[in-house]
Design a protein around this ligand. Structure first.
Ligand code: HEC
Length: 159
C-alpha cells in the first residue's frame, strides 16, 4: 500500500469514527429531549393504560402502547393509538407529517402541530428507542356507532 493511500484511509476512518460518535451523541441528546417532551406533553395519560391513575409510576416498558378504552363524543369514538408500533413503521419525515395532520378529540393535535421539526423528531427518536410494542388500539368509530369496547363518555352534560 502506498503511504498516500494509507494516510487517506486513516483519515477516512477517523472521520467516519468521529461522525459515528457525533451521531450517537446527537441521538442520545435527541432521545433525552424526546423523553422530556413526552413527559411534559402528558402523552402517557392517554396512550398508556393506567398511567395517570398510577401517578406516573408505570415502568417505561409499558409506555405509549395504546389504549383500548375509547373516548366517545360528537366525533364518534377515538382510541389513543400504539405510538411505538406507529413510530416503528415510519420514517422521521412521515412521523412529522402525521403529527401535523388533524386528529379526533381529545388528542391534543393542535398542540403537537405547533412543535418544531426537531421537537417532533426528538419525540420520534425517544419512542423508537422504546422499541415496537405488540398490540393495536381499535380504529376510530364514526358518530352513531356504539363501541363494543369500554369507553369514556365525553358528552358534556347540563349545558
Ligand atoms: C387526552 C388524551 C390524549 C393525550 C393527552 C394525547 N393523545 Fe395522542 N391520541 C389520542 C387519541 C384519542 C388519538 C386517536 C385520534 C384519531 O383517531 O384521530 C391519538 C392519536 C395520536 C397520534 C396518531 C397515531 C397514529 O398512529 O395514527 C399521535 C402521533 C399521537 N396521538 C401523539 C401524541 C403525543 C406525542 C402526545 C403528547 C404530546 C399525545 N398524543 C397525547 C389521545 C391523546
Amino acid at each position: 500500500m502506498d503511504s498516500g493511500f494509507k494516510t487517506l484511509t486513516k483519515f477516512a476512518l477517523s472521520a467516519l469514527l468521529a461522525a459515528t460518535v457525533q451521531g450517537v451523541a446527537a441521538n442520545a441528546e435527541s432521545i433525552a429531549k424526546g423523553k422530556f417532551l413526552i413527559g411534559v406533553g402528558g402523552c402517557n395519560d392517554c396512550h398508556t393504560p393506567g398511567y395517570s391513575e398510577s401517578g406516573g409510576r408505570l415502568p417505561q416498558a409499558t409506555w405509549l402502547t395504546g389504549n383500548g378504552v375509547g373516548f366517545k363524543g360528537p366525533w364518534g369514538t377515538s382510541y389513543p393509538q400504539n405510538l411505538r408500533s406507529s413510530a416503528a413503521k415510519m420514517s422521521a419525515e412521515e412521523w412529522i407529517q402525521m403529527a401535523r395532520r388533524p386528529m379526533l378529540p381529545p388528542m391534543p393535535a393542535p398542540a403537537i402541530a405547533t412543535m418544531s421539526d426537531s421537537d417532533l423528531i426528538a419525540m420520534y427518536d425517544f419512542i423508537k428507542s422504546l422499541g415496537a410494542a405488540e398490540g393495536e388500539a381499535p380504529h376510530a368509530l364514526p358518530p352513531g356507532v356504539e363501541p363494543a369496547t369500554p369507553y369514556i363518555d365525553f358528552v358534556p352534560k347540563n349545558l
